[in-house]
Unconditional design. Sequence first.
Length: 187
Amino acid sequence: MAPRRQLTPQEMADLSSVFYELAHDEKLRPYVAKLVEHKFPQRAASFSDVKQKAEIQQLRNEIAQDKQLAKAAEMTRALDRQRDDLVTTGRYTKEQAEDIKKIIDRHGGTLDYNQAAVLYAHENPSSDPTSRPPEYPTGRTWEFPTVSGRDGKPLAFKDFIADPTTAAHNAAYTLIQDFRKRSGARV
């Protein structure tokens, strides 16, 4: 280390002024306190307020952390209750509840079990036997409906198949005539 030279009175006044400004600036005071404590431990008592503020801030942080942990624990208990309700009511099995948990995880934990259950139901529709069309009894055959000709007599199926366009025209004319009769228009 190079030998120190003697400062002039103006340099001493200038450096004292700079240090005074640094030591009394609220943003810089904690940094200056650490420097003084490191270099001149006997002078650290001048910055006891910084140490007190740091301790108070640490206590506040611990209290805030405890509150967050308590809130997280409550949220976990609420999610567990929702999961148990889904299983105990019989809506879902334990395996399905695990799949619902995967949906919650997939969405970053922003969903609860009820919301995730809606997504699960949408992604995995149940096979409800009542939603199928009724089956026809065995032994019965379906019969082709009879179509009437222009004269009003039923056409045989072989005549209908031979010329379906004419049969359709005849059916249309019959309907139009019925409509006109009901509405009172001239036939």
